[in-house]
Ligand binder design. Structure first.
Ligand SMILES: [Zn+2]
Length: 419
């Protein structure tokens, strides 16, 4: 049987797993698989059963990530990891994360059916808690694995249970002690490659009429979830020159950041600014009041570490300028950051050759989202990503990936692993 035919034969398995994780996360109108909670745990069990049926050896690391290992023909070869995550945001979609792990299972199943045993071990890796909604910090499973947790992360409270990250990890069979010690759970130098399949979070592949694309880079980000602006509450009749209007200062800050974004884009330096939360204080705002308080969140992202650092500096300067102009205080507050992830050139070329063997025109593109792949790339592991066509973005119930398109990605993955 050809590898392409063996991949096509995995349609029922892939569909069954996609439907299985959807059922586990069912939370109308969307899907909720809570990280370090029943949703993620049950999805892990489903994937572990699928791995057991393929003869893969299961293990759980100190971060409670699940690894399913298929030994290769060469005991000395470094393993190739195929990872993604099983958690979702609250009432999100079914495919962000889970599709990538199911792709790994599908690729192993196809190789076995075609009678191909790769030289290097293959490990399907279900990473914990990729979504930032659970602890206000994303990519936690891969951070645990590669010792990239920021200081204090293990004490962050879970949004739903209130348990700390350390307690949550231990409740799921992990062990916080090695994480506290800051040692990587695996030596990055002993990992041959990290591959991740993920739905695309923008419609670039829909536009290109391509089921699958080859990622060149993932953005890194700097996040400020709780920016606070403080001026002075005042009567609506107060003349402009006396006002310390926090709402207009928020608007000013937002528009200055957009100006920066458009300037950078025009100069050929891709980035993005997202202000997800933007409001006067609930319970203390009204039609007839100049607001002395304002709150917003900020996600600043770019594809290059030096560019991101320069943008963060610009952010500080813009905040100081707006604060002075509007006579308010701007406190950026809590900060989290993720490193950008540049894909390995050799892997990009290898995936392109694999796509040609699948008779697919897979365009090269930048990923709109950050992924666990960022942590592997930042730790020096040769990293590659395939993006799968998806309508309507992600983190919402309207995520729309066709199973046929995921099969196309599985074909590229299996051809790459067979080479
Ligand atoms: Zn994801």
């Amino acid at each position: 049987m050809t590898l392409a035919a063996a991949v096509a034969a995995q349609f029922p398995l892939v569909q069954r797993l996609l439907d299985g994780v959807a059922e586990i996360g069912r939370d109308p109108p969307g899907i909720t698989r809570d990280a370090y909670g029943p949703g993620e745990n049950r999805a892990q069990s489903l994937i572990a059963e699928a791995g057991a049926a393929l003869g893969l050896a299961a293990s759980t690391d100190a971060g409670a990530n699940l690894t399913l290992r298929w030994a290769g023909t060469d005991p000395a070869a470094k393993p190739i990891l195929i990872g993604s995550h099983l958690d979702s945001v609250v009432q999100g979609g079914n495919f962000d994360g889970a599709a990538g792990i199911i792709a790994g299972i599908g690729a192993v199943a196809a190789l076995q059916k075609a009678g191909i045993r790769p030289r290097a071990p293959i490990e399907v890796l279900a990473l914990r808690c990729e979504e930032a909604v659970w602890f206000g910090l994303g990519l936690i499973g891969s951070r645990c694995l590669l010792a990239r947790l920021p200081p204090g992360a293990l004490e962050l409270p879970h949004a739903r249970t209130g348990r700390t990250l350390a307690q949550s990890i231990e409740a799921c069979g992990g062990d916080a002690a090695p994480l506290r010690a800051g040692r990587p759970l695996r030596d990055p130098a002993a990992i041959g490659a990290y591959l991740e399949v993920h739905i695309e979070q923008a419609p670039q592949l829909v536009e290109a009429l391509a089921p699958v694309g080859i990622c060149l880079a993932n953005p890194g980000n700097v996040r400020h979830p709780f920016i606070r602006i403080t001026g002075a509450d005042a009567h609506t009749g107060l003349p402009h020159r006396f006002r310390r209007d926090a709402a207009l200062a928020g608007a000013d800050l937002a528009l200055e950041l957009e100006k920066l974004w458009l300037k950078e884009e025009a100069a050929g330096r891709p980035m993005a600014v997202t202000i997800g939360r933007f409001h006067t204080p609930f319970g203390h705002h009204s039609l007839t009041m100049v607001s002395g308080g304002f709150e917003m969140s900020l996600d600043l992202r770019a594809y290059d570490a030096a560019h991101l650092a320069a943008l963060e500096q610009e952010l500080g300067e813009i905040a100081r300028m707006v604060a002075q102009r509007r006579d308010v205080d701007i406190v950026l507050g809590e900060r989290s950051a993720a490193a950008p992830g540049l894909m390995d050139r050799g892997i990009v070329a290898g995936l392109e050759a694999a796509a040609r063997r699948c008779e697919l025109a897979a365009p090269r593109l930048n990923s709109p989202g950050s992924h666990d792949a960022n942590n592997f790339a930042a730790s020096g592991v040769p990293t590659g990503m395939l993006l799968v066509r998806n309508r309507n973005g992600s983190h919402n119930p309207e995520e729309a990936m066709e199973t046929e398109d995921l099969l196309a990605a599985i074909c590229v993955l299996a051809e790459y692993l067979a080479a």
